[in-house]
Ligand binder design. Structure first.
Ligand code: ST9
Ligand code: ZN
Ligand code: ZN
Length: 333
């Protein structure tokens, strides 16, 4: 049995290496990392963030109260702002810059960087760095939003405390030269604060007030704060809900799951068991555009010649993986 175990282990290593080779970035789970033994470092609260997040959510609730008095145009504009900022995260920071799952032309990268500033979720460089450690050291001390610390921590709590030292230590060792070499990413990082003030707050508020005479308070609280808070929570649900609830058709040994509600609110990012199994697939799902607006967007960009080389996993590889590590809940289509 010892040889058997070794063969099994070698097999696993080989698969990990093969997977790593198809992926040009460090987003593949590293099972050699071991958490330090003994007591965990104490949780250090960051009161500034706790207060700011509370204020944001109170402002968003006020936006909810004002919602019935918003004009139809303002509601449509709010939806547009939601979609643009969501795409800046899903098609931009996530599928393009964290995972390099397709290639994007300069004009598309400029659009995605602007959309990303509208989402105000840390600049692209920081987001992609934290996301690569999330995949490589998923659900350990070195994962920034380690879901084994519970729903609240994975959802929002991790933004209100100092990071575990292993997140920073492992993060500093990551290969990030592709991000440093991307002029659009570094430009956004240099001018991040100004871009957020303009794109996340000023523009969403100015447009309805200036173009169709919406009241300043509705313009401020609905497409501004309410849209921002809902978009943040939809994103965080990928880290919390989609790491806790749902099926695991592709790999039953990991916690990330297929969660349709999250897929819907996060425009295609809820197929999280598939995504952690095949992080380099541009669709982040076996089923292409199904419940997946981001994939439809990238397909459209490829059709228009603004993007190319979307990476996909073959049916054979998926089927083999489903049979080897799936929990038996796989449905085709
Ligand atoms: C937000 C982000 O909401 C949300 C991300 C979600 C990710 C989701 C992923 C799911 C999949 C994709 C689905 C998308 C779905 C989208 C749907 C859309 C509808 N490696 O950070 P500091 C260094 S943001 C290497 O201060 P502390 C760092 O460089 C919301 N190094 O750590 C620095 O070094 P130096 C708005 C690292 O003090 C030093 O360490 N933003 C790494 O522990 C200190 O860094 C906020 O709320 C790393 N990984 O503070 C702000 N990490 O000094 C939140 C750090 O040399 N952030 N370093 O430069 C903070 O305030 C702080 O980061 C903190 C930790 C308080 C949380
Ligand atoms: Zn995850
Ligand atoms: Zn990812």
């Amino acid at each position: 049995t010892e040889t058997e175990t070794r063969t099994h282990h070698d097999g696993k290593q080989q698969i990990r290496r093969a997977v790593a080779e198809t992926s040009s970035v460090e987003d593949v789970f590293d099972d050699t990392y071991k958490e330090q033994e003994g007591p965990k470092p104490p949780t250090m609260l960051v009161w500034r963030n706790i207060i700011l997040m509370s204020v944001l959510h109170v402002a968003a609730l006020y936006g909810l109260v004002l919602l019935p008095s918003a004009s139809v145009s303002t509601l449509a504009w709010t939806a547009v702002c939601y979609l643009i900022s969501a795409l800046g995260v899903t098609a931009g920071a996530h599928r393009l810059w964290s995972h390099r799952s397709y290639k994007a032309s300069f004009p598309l990268r400029v659009f995605l960087a602007l959309a990303n500033s509208m989402a105000f979720q840390n600049d692209i460089y920081e987001w992609a760095r934290d996301h690569r450690v999330h995949h490589k050291y998923s659900e350990t001390d070195a994962d920034p939003h380690n879901a084994t610390r519970g729903f609240f921590f994975a959802h929002i709590g991790w933004l209100m405390v100092r990071k575990h030292p292993d997140v920073i230590e492992k993060g500093k060792k990551l290969e990030l030269s592709d991000l440093k070499a991307d002029k659009v990413v570094m430009f956004q990082r240099r001018h991040y604060k100004l871009s957020v003030v303009i794109l996340c707050f000023a523009v969403p508020m100015f447009v309805p007030w200036y173009f169709w005479g919406e009241s300043l308070s509705v313009a401020y609280f609905v497409p501004g704060f309410l849209r921002y808070a809902v978009m943040l929570n939809a994103t965080w649900l990928v880290n919390s809900a989609a790491h806790i609830w749902g099926n695991r058709p592709y790999d039953k040994t990991i916690n990330p799951r297929e969660n349709l509600i999250v897929a819907l609110s996060a425009i295609g990012e809820g197929f999280h068991n598939y995504h952690h199994t095949f992080p380099f697939d541009y669709a982040t799902s076996e089923f292409g555009c199904k419940l997946n607006l981001t994939t439809a967007f990238i397909d459209t960009m490829c059709f228009l010649g603004l993007a190319k080389d979307p990476k996909r996993v073959s049916k054979e590889v998926i089927t083999a993986r489903v049979q080897r590590t799936g929990e038996g809940s796989h449905k085709s289509g």
